[in-house]
Every structure is written in C-alpha cells, then in structure tokens.
Design a protein around this ligand. Structure first.
Ligand SMILES: Cc1cc2nc3c(=O)[nH]c(=O)nc-3n(C[C@H](O)[C@H](O)[C@H](O)COP(=O)(O)OP(=O)(O)OC[C@H]3O[C@@H](n4cnc5c(N)ncnc54)[C@H](O)[C@@H]3O)c2cc1C
Length: 461
C-alpha cells in the first residue's frame, strides 16, 4: 500500500474545489522563489492555485484558524524575496485569476483579476484607444496583482506616475477570510480613510488582492526617441537634472552605464559607440511637440559634454531601443556572476552624487557595480556583481550593497523606489523610518492580521 504523505491529507483539499491544491514536490520546488538572489526560501506545505475570490477566502479562513502562514504569489518576478516560500506555508498563487472583467471606455477604467499580465492589459486597452501607463521592465511577465502589491514603477512613470497612481479600487480578502471592497470607480472619491492605497505596496502582508479597478488614459502618440552618450556618468546624471529642471516631461528618461550597455550589446547588437561611460535614452510622446522636446534634450545633453546624440525619427527604431533597455535584467544575468540588485531613489539633483558614489563604493569594496535605472525619477538600480564561490568577495558584495543604501539615504533618498522591502531590505526599513512611523506600520499590521499569517517576516523589521 502506498504511504500517504502529510500533504495528501491536506485539509484544504476537502475545503476547495478540485484542481486547486498541489503538493507535488517538483511543483512546490518551482514555486519556492522569486527573482531575488540571496533571500532565503523555505519548504512550503502546499500550493493553492486560486481561481476565484471564494477560493482565496476559504484558504485564508482556514489558514487563520490554524495559524498557518500564507505567501501570496503573482508571477514571482519580484526582486526582494517577498514571494519566497516560508517553512510550512501555503503558497497562494493568483496567476490563474487572469481575466479582464471589464473595459469601460466611457469612464476610462478597467476591472481585472490579479493574475492578468501587465502587458496583456496594456494591449487589450490599446485596442480601445486607451493607455495603461505603468510599465515595469517585467511588463510581459509580471501580474497586475503583483504590481499593486509592490506599487511597481517602470519606464513611463517619469511622466505618468507609478501603479498606485492608477489604482482606483480593490477587492481584498482579509486575513480572516472576509472580503473587503475599497475605493471607487469614479474619478474622485474621499469617503473614509484611503484603504486602497494602504493595500497598494503592502507586499502581501495586509490582505490578498482579488480584483483591481485601474484608471486608464487616452492613448498617447507614438513616441519619438533619442539616445545620448557621455564621456562620464556624472555628465549623464547632470543632464537628467538639467533637462527636467527646465520643465520638460519626457515619457521615458532611462540611464545605462557602460558595462550595462556592453552586456546588452552581447545579447542584442545595437551598434552603440564604444568608449562611452554612460548613455541616456529619452522618449517624447507629445506628437507634434515631440521633435522640439527632443531638440531641447539634445541641447542640454551637449551642454553637459554629450559626445553623440542620436534622434531616431522612425518610431520603430525607438521601440528597438526600448527593447534594449528592457533587456538590461537579462543582460546582467548573462554575465555569469552573482548579482545583488539595489533600487535606491534620490532627488534628481543628487543623481550625480549617487553615480559618482557608486564608483567609490566599488573601489572600496573590490567588487563590480553596474548601474541602469529610471534616471528621470532618480530611481537607479545599481547591481553588485560578484563571484559567490568566493566567500570573502561575497561578504564584500553585501557590504557594498548596504553602502549603496546608506548613500541613498544620505542623499535624501529612499532604500527602495519600486522593488519593495520584502526580505532583502527589512533591516534597512528601520534605518529609513522614524520610530513613530515604524510604530504606526506595526499597529496597522497587527490590526489587519493579528495572527500574523500574511507573508510574516516580510517588510517590517
Ligand atoms: C527583468 C525584470 C525587470 C523588472 N523591472 C521592474 C520595473 O521596471 N519596475 C518595478 O517596479 N519592478 C520591476 N521588476 C520587479 C517585479 O517584476 C515587480 O516587483 C512586479 O510588480 C512583481 O509582480 P509579480 O506578479 O511577479 O509578483 P510576485 O513577485 O509574485 O510578488 C511580489 C509581491 O507581491 C505580493 N503579491 C503578489 N500578488 C499578490 C496579490 N494578488 N495580493 C497580495 N499580494 C500579492 C507577493 O506576496 C510579494 O510580496 C522587474 C523584475 C524583473 C525580473
């Protein structure tokens, strides 16, 4: 007789419909981690693939009564370890709740389930002449639920804002299984505390998002693109502050340093000139006004010693350049080194101090630090690349990673612009927030999840 494993008898099998509960070792293994390296992941007891709000409510009710931790998961593209398994936890995947429920063209909103992929929503609303701007580099893989839970940013955020700026209302399952609706469908609404934006960015620690109402905008014109190459990273950083300081609002303003450009070139040869320290990629989607906006960019870039500025007059060429920018994560991974991805965001006038500081930190700690990022937001992704087989180098890499966050705070910035705190930066949240703010955050967590079952040990130090 075949021995029955503990998970064969998992009580949720009795409570949920067929095809929701999985305990196969390979399936559990495949769902144990997000994309952050060096964050611990435990052994889950079971994976629940929810297909309805009721599935989520049943799961949470049982977990709360039995004090079992629950880790909500979207596509596991997160970069902070927040979706990693905990020992004995229920992994609660929302990926199969992937229907676009409504696109209301007149009201310019969409209502979606959390497992809808960002790029799928963007493409669907585009067919109605509408635009969903938040576009993380992971837009083709990450889910709207994950984007809401991390308040994801992206390339267009410099002009349009981040995910939270587009979330009007939510359906959220609370820790005890009750279903709460927050927010509104209307353009305005201030009834009560803003629970919608309490849940946005809460990384699965306050509730599980089962439906999202997002605001849309009319489609923008196809953007025009320019790239500029600089002899020093400081010149590129000064150009960002100088250009935006003149009141321009490009729809994209991204930075890549030389090692990043070289890494991207290895997987997609774009014929970029050699010998440059930094590159800026800028787009304007202002239609007839776009050429003037890019001409103004060229003028500022040249005033900060840009060696070359190329304006692509064909929008298709611009899309190719954007694809290159979206390849940065893959390109860094192709280096064959271990990576610690940082996410500091600083006031734009201090971008120059940040990029110069990265060079110093790399030298001091004897590690490589590459950098790309959403420069227009002051949100950079310095990446510490190192040999993880070398213990001493690994220790130095972690010190460099910490030094980058310390520098971000010193410059008046934040430890995370968009990736979230998760496991990776818990300790650092205590450095950034003052004691009353930490007290308030803990009080909110205790009120909403008194048994600490929702993604415990994430976010709060
Ligand atoms: C190549 C690459 C590029 C990236 N570029 C960007 C970028 O430009 N901007 C950016 O902000 N991020 C970026 N990211 C990080 C990541 O894609 C985002 O954080 C994204 O929002 C995570 O979505 P996900 O569906 O993968 O969520 P997951 O990684 O599965 O989960 C992330 C967090 O959300 C919680 N969660 C997921 N779904 C729900 C739900 N329905 N209810 C409650 N909690 C939930 C999880 O518990 C976890 O805390 C990038 C990642 C990669 C790999």
């Amino acid at each position: 007789m075949q021995a029955m494993t503990t998970t064969d008898a998992h009580p949720l099998r009795e409570l949920l419909p067929e095809g929701r509960v999985f305990d196969d070792v390979d399936v559990l293994e495949a769902h144990r981690r997000d994309r952050a390296t060096f964050c611990p992941s435990g052994t889950p007891s079971v994976l629940v693939r929810a297909r309805s709000t009721e599935d989520v409510a049943t799961t949470l009710r049982w977990a709360n009564e039995n004090r079992v931790p629950v880790v909500p998961q979207g596509a596991r593209s997160g970069l902070s370890g927040a979706a990693n398994a905990l020992d004995g936890c229920i992994l609660l995947s929302l990926e199969k709740m992937d229907r676009i429920l409504e696109i209301d063209v007149e009201e310019q909103i969409a209502v979606v389930q959390p497992g809808v992929i960002n790029g799928v929503l963007a493409a669907a609303v585009a067919e109605h002449g509408l635009f969903y701007p938040p576009d993380p580099g992971s837009r083709d893989i990450s889910t709207i639920g994950g984007n809401v839970a991390t308040n994801a940013g992206g390339m267009c955020c410099v002009k349009y804002g981040v995910t939270g700026d587009f979330v009007r209302g939510l359906e959220v399952v609370l820790a005890d299984g009750r279903v709460m609706r927050t927010g509104r469908r209307t353009a305005k609404g201030v009834a009560g505390y803003d629970l919608t934006h309490l849940i946005v960015g809460s990384e699965g620690t306050l509730g599980v998002v089962t439906e999202v109402t997002v605001a849309l905008r009319p489609a923008a014109a196809r953007p025009l693109t320019a790239v500029a190459f600089f002899p020093t990273v400081a010149d590129a950083a000064r150009t960002v502050a100088g250009y935006l300081g003149k009141g321009h609002r490009p729809s994209v303003l991204e930075f890549m340093d030389r090692p990043t450009v070289l890494a991207v070139q290895k997987i997609a040869d774009l014929g970029f000139p050699d010998g440059m320290a930094g590159m800026l990629l800028v787009q304007s989607d202002r239609g007839e006004a776009a050429p003037a906006e890019l001409a103004a960019f060229e003028e500022v870039a040249r005033s900060f010693d840009a060696a070359e500025v190329i304006v692509a007059d064909d929008p298709a060429e611009g899309e190719l350049l954007m694809q290159a920018r979206r390849l940065v994560g893959d390109a860094h991974e192709h280096l064959g080194l271990a990576l610690l991805v940082d996410d500091v965001c600083v006031p734009r006038r201090h971008l120059v101090d940040l990029v110069e500081g990265l060079g110093r930190i790399a030298d001091q700690h004897g590690v490589r630090v590459l950098c790309a990022g959403h420069a227009g937001d002051g949100n950079m992704h310095p990446v510490v690349a190192f040999d993880s087989d070398d213990e001493a180098e690994t220790a130095r890499a972690h010190q460099a990673f910490d030094a980058i966050m310390a520098l971000g705070l010193e410059l008046g910035g934040t430890i995370t612009g968009e990736h979230g705190v998760g496991h990776l930066k818990r300790r650092w949240l205590g450095e950034e927030l003052d004691e009353p703010a930490l007290w308030t955050q803990r009080a909110i967590k205790n009120a909403l999840d008194p048994n600490n079952i929702l993604n415990p040990g994430r976010v709060l130090p």
